[in-house]
Design a protein around this ligand. Structure first.
Ligand code: AGP
Length: 620
């Protein structure tokens, strides 16, 4: 699991010095590749707690520390934030302070609103919109009752729902840092007369390669010479010590060959995090970030999705589900075509912009055009504080974490997930689905991360085939229904990563021309619908496989586990777990991503930075 934020903690022996701050800032710098919205540090000095935090990149914090240096200290914690609750502002940056205590957090506290309401009712005031500041207040209260930071942490963590890695320091314990983790990683760095904490080894790899990995629901207390690990009940826990065999550069990718490999591996978490904290206790959808009035949403008679590239293919997938659930027509438009075709949009059109970066100029221009026509605009974006959400009426963030590789992978799955949440929300609001149907479909969505992991666990065959096909000149991709945009996305991945000409087709289109391309040995990927799906699309696609196989194509078929009908006509079958028809793209695309990534590696290409491409196309 790749954390969304960077976390560093340090405690050292000897007199107060600049080392704690230096170690923490350097650790944050090593985490810089993740991209982030803000950064901050807290230092325990002989004169109490000192803190600095700044929105924007780490350089902004470093500049502030240059002009307003912090006093020498004995312990420090630092944080780079990938915003999930509250925009990227100075106030929302971590650390968050209460009294003489500072805390930093990676993850999402799902029940923070309830906890915050209790604290406000009890007279607490808040300086930020974050879930983390609630934890700071709870820890401070617990510290005042126990006089011990570890005991305070133990008291608080059992009240938190969601995912978290927490680090805390207190002015009264100048040589102690306390950490806790639940569903979010935390590792200990073991030094000589000093110890470290980090969201991964990158945070301290420059100082020690001796590490200790913490298990689920554990609390760690570090001093310059001791490391104490317990469970949340305070019982001693065994933490495995190991030697980190990566160098600092490799450590940034968590040991993966490339960011793309890491981001594909992160896809189950990206889907799970995008679903987090968006349902209430009854299981109904609560998308409070959709700040478009219910009356406007009820009056919507058309949805237009505007996006580019992979984001557009996510929109194409979502079209099938939203039309099926909401009975609203959905058009999917390439953003750069949309505003030049004099589209028919008005105040009853909901324009949905999908964008990982939130900065794609074509998509931004489409949003501006839609607003000029009086349409409501909602953006599905991964990067908090980016331009497109700021210029939209509402935003539904994906929580895929920073996507560093230029070719989009985990964001694609998160975009589909978020678009499905929007579709279910509209269906719930307009009554085109019964509440129990919405709850059932959300449960199906929550089952998808494990199914994606199952596909990832089967990647060896895909990688072997990719290496074998490294010199292939062209590859075709066929899909039908929701498999059609998956075919398009698979072709795009191969084009942008391996520089191979590839084309995706609607399988039903084959006999209307493309079948002329089939000659002996031509590799064709075919995404096969579930045999349990509607309209017996399955048998039609199996017929397509027969037609191209009869003409000598090499058929690489993606099919469900129990689908034996494809076997006689497939040269290779990549198996995916059974799932509802509309959710199948979340699984079928994964072998295609892995294929393109592995083939690019086999060709010795730069997988993370393909030629001619940029991560965000901020020009028209
Ligand atoms: C995806 O692999 C491509 N790099 C590209 O098509 C990308 O999806 C497109 O430029 C849209 O970017 P956005 O999602 O940041 O708006």
């Amino acid at each position: 699991m790749v954390p969304m934020c960077g976390i560093v903690g340090y405690v050292g022996s000897g007199p107060a010095s600049g080392r704690p701050l230096e170690v923490v800032v350097e650790g944050l710098r090593r985490l810089e590749y993740r991209g982030y919205d803000s950064a901050g540090v807290a230092v325990v000095t002989p004169d109490g707690l000192q803190m600095a935090k700044k929105a924007g990149k780490l350089v902004n914090l470093a500049t502030q520390l240059g002009t307003h240096p912090l006093a020498p200290g004995t312990a420090a914690i630092g944080h780079t934030r990938w915003a999930t609750h509250g925009g990227p502002t100075d106030d929302n940056a971590h650390p968050h302070v209460s009294g003489d205590l500072a805390v930093i957090h990676n993850g999402i506290v799902e029940n923070f609103a309830t906890l915050k309401a209790e604290l406000v009712a009890d007279g607490d005031g808040f300086a930020s919109e974050t879930d983390t500041e609630v934890v700071a207040h709870l820890l401070d209260r617990a510290y005042q009752a126990t006089g011990d930071l570890t005991a305070a942490m133990r008291e608080v963590v059992v009240r938190l729902d969601g995912t978290f890695t927490l680090l805390a320091v207190h002015a009264a314990q100048p040589r102690t840092v306390v950490g806790a983790r639940h569903d979010s990683p935390l590792v200990v760095g073991l030094g000589d007369g000093e110890n470290f904490l980090g969201s991964d080894v990158v945070a301290f790899i420059a100082h020690t390669n001796q590490a200790m990995e913490l298990g689920q629901d554990e609390i760690v207390t570090i001093t310059p010479t001791t490391v104490e690990v317990t469970d949340f009940a305070g019982r001693p826990a065994h933490a495995r010590q190991y030697t980190v065999d990566w160098d600092a550069k490799a450590a940034e990718k968590g040991g993966f060959r490339s960011f793309m490999d890491k981001e594909i591996a992160d896809e189950p978490q990206a889907v799970a995090d995008t679903l987090l904290s968006r349902t209430d206790v009854s299981g109904a959808l609560v998308l409070d970030e959709i700040r478009i009035s219910e009356s406007v949403l009820r009056a919507v008679n058309k949805i237009v999705v505007v996006a580019c590239g992979t984001a557009a293919y996510a929109g194409h997938v979502a079209k099938y589900a939203i039309e099926h659930w909401c009975r609203i027509p959905v058009e999917v438009e390439l953003a750069h075509e949309f505003r030049y075709r004099d589209p028919v949009v008005d105040e009853r059109t909901l324009v949905v912009a999908i964008s990982q970066s939130g900065e794609t100029m074509d998509t931004l221009m489409a949003v501006r055009y839609a607003r000029e026509q009086g349409s409501a605009t909602l953006s599905i974006v991964n990067t908090h504080g980016s331009t497109i959400p700021r210029e939209s009426d509402a935003v539904l963030y994906t929580h895929a974490g920073p996507e560093i590789a230029v070719a989009s992978t985990k964001a694609f799955l998160a975009q589909i997930t978020a678009a499905y949440l929007l579709g279910l929300y509209l269906a719930q609001l307009r009554g085109t689905l019964f509440p129990d149907e919405v709850v059932a479909k959300l449960a199906e969505l929550r089952a998808m991360p494990d199914k994606v992991q199952t596909v990832l666990d089967r990647c060896d065959l895909v990688q072997e085939i990719a290496r074998w096909m490294a010199d292939t000149p062209t590859v075709l991709f066929l899909g039908r229904h929701v498999g059609y945009p998956v075919a398009m996305e698979g072709a795009l991945k191969l084009k942008e990563l391996a520089y191979i000409h590839a084309e995706g087709f609607a399988a039903g289109e084959l006999k209307h021309g493309p079948i002329a391309l089939i000659e002996p040995g031509q590799p064709v990927f075919v995404i096969v619908p579930s045999p349990r799906g509607r309209h017996s699309l399955h048998s039609k696609v199996v017929s397509n496989i027969q037609e191209i196989r009869a003409r000598g194509a090499r058929t690489l078929v993606i099919a469900e586990d129990d689908d034996e009908a494809v076997v006689p006509f497939a040269d290779v079958v990549f198996r995916v777990p059974q799932c509802p028809t509309l959710l199948a793209p979340l699984l079928a695309v994964v072998p295609l991503q892995i294929f393109a990534c592995e083939l690019a590696h086999a060709k010795g290409l730069d997988v993370d930075q393909p030629r001619n491409l940029a991560k965000s196309v901020t020009v028209e």
